[in-house]
Every structure is written in C-alpha cells, then in structure tokens.
Design a protein around this ligand. Structure first.
Ligand code: SAM
Length: 240
C-alpha cells in the first residue's frame, strides 16, 4: 500500500496520523459531507441517541476534532452538564473550538492522546470516540483509559467505520480506494491523506472484533448497531 501500513513501526503511525489530520483540518468538514453524502450527520445523531446522555451529565469527547459530537452532546447535557472536547491534534482541536466559540459556546478543551487521558477515575457519565479509534496506535490502551475515567454505570460509545455487508463489498472497495482519493485530490488537493483514510478503514477491526476488544478492556453489556449496511457501526459498552 501507499503507506506500507502493515510494516511501519508505531512511532511512524502516530506521526503519519498527525500529518494527515494537520493537512486535512481546514477542509475536514466539507470533505466529511461530500465523502459520506451527508450521512455522517445522521450517524452522529444516532450515536448520540444510543448514548442516552441526559441533562446535567458529564461527557468526554475523545478524538473530538471538529466537535460535531461535542455540539450535539452539549444540547443534551444543558447548562448543568459538561462536555469536554479533546483531540491529540492541535489543528483539528482549533477547528472544533473555534466553531463552538462562533456559536457562542465555551466548553473545556484539552489536547491529549486517547491512550493517556488526563482525567480522574470515575468522572464521566459517557465517553465517546467518533471516527477516531482506528487512528489510535494502541486501541486496547485507549479503551482501558476510556473505561477508567467512566463512572460506574457510565458508557463508552464508539462510532467507527466497520465491515460492510457482503453484497456491498465490491462497490464499497471501488468507492474507498478509487473514488475517495480522487475526491481528496480534487477538493482538498491531497490524495495521499485520503488514501490513508481508505487504508485505515480497511484495517480497522470489524463489528465482532471490536466488541471483543471492548469486553477485553473490561466493558460490559457490549452491543453494536450497524448503520448503512455496516459502513459504520456504533458500539456501546458499560462500566458496571
Ligand atoms: N470525532 C470527530 C468527528 O467525528 O468528526 C473527528 C474525527 S477525525 C476522522 C479523527 C480524529 O482523531 C482527528 O481529529 C485526529 O487528530 C484524532 N486522533 C488521532 N489519533 C488520536 C489519538 N491517539 N488520540 C486522540 N485523538 C486522536
């Protein structure tokens, strides 16, 4: 593959992820809409609805980037709740924070790695990660951290690309490996970053595998919901 993804070492992966998101940050929102034909908005709303987050609760948005999830969570928790927006990448975080500020919303923001969350144990009612887990080098460590900062009874929500249903496989491969990099080149002037995205989607664990990883991290009652034929899935697990 272009990035030789399977053979690069871990520091390389982290560095590449940083490069990709710094380079796509300014075009990130428009590309999301174009690449998913607006579907990402529906997927995100669905993730929020299965989170069951209510007024007054505390939410941590990991790898929150442009703050799409944070914005929706902020509406749920109201003025008595709290949403903390985090991301490892400063450029992405700035896009997210500026967007919230433009809408008159000030919320705590922290630059941090999903593998080392700078928050106390048993603090949040919900921890989310949307389209972020596949970029994390040690997913097991990130899932354990997400569980650690959750209160007992709290839940982790993972929204991520997943394995599509068999009949869709060919069309999906064609789309992600041929069309996606072309769109990336045309609109963002950056085919490589979008090649990386397609590659990272293909390498990401499928529905059952991610469910096992969440159970392995100590989460319980883990289940998932397929959306758009498995193009994405929402996994939910509880700390009990
Ligand atoms: N959650 C946002 C959304 O759904 O639109 C942003 C998703 S974006 C595809 C992935 C984000 O993951 C990027 O902002 C990137 O900087 C962040 N990221 C990558 N590796 C990370 C890590 N180890 N810890 C925290 N964030 C990470």
């Amino acid at each position: 593959t272009h990035f030789g993804f399977e053979t690069v070492d871990e520091t390389d992966k982290a560095r590449r992820v940083a490069g990709v998101f710094t380079s796509v940050a300014s075009k990130y929102d428009i590309m999301n809409d174009l690449m998913s034909a607006g579907l990402h908005r529906i997927w995100k709303r669905f993730a929020i609805s299965v989170s069951g987050v209510r007024q007054g609760q505390r939410v941590l948005d990991v790898a929150g980037g442009s703050a799409d999830l944070s914005r929706l969570f902020l509406k749920k928790v109201g003025s008595t709740g709290q949403v903390v927006l985090t991301d490892i990448n400063n450029a992405m975080l700035r896009v997210g924070r500026d967007r919230l500020l433009d809408e008159g919303i000030a919320t705590p923001v922290a630059q941090c790695d999903a593998e080392h969350l700078p928050f106390p144990d048993n603090y949040f009612d919900c921890v989310s990660i949307a389209f972020g887990l596949r970029n994390v080098t040690h997913k097991d460590a990130a899932l354990r951290e997400m569980k650690r900062v959750l209160k007992p009874g709290g839940r982790v929500i993972v929204l991520e690309f997943s394995k599509v249903a068999k009949p869709l496989e060919k069309a999906y491969d064609l789309y992600s490996f041929k069309l996606l990099p072309k769109m990336g080149q045309l609109i963002a002037g950056d085919a490589d970053s979008y090649k990386y995205l397609a590659e990272s989607i293909r390498m990401h664990p499928g529905q059952e595998e991610l469910k096992s990883m969440m159970l392995e991290a100590g989460l319980e009652r883990v289940e998932y919901f397929n959306l758009t034929g498995g193009v994405v899935a929402v996994h939910r697990g509880y700390k009990l």
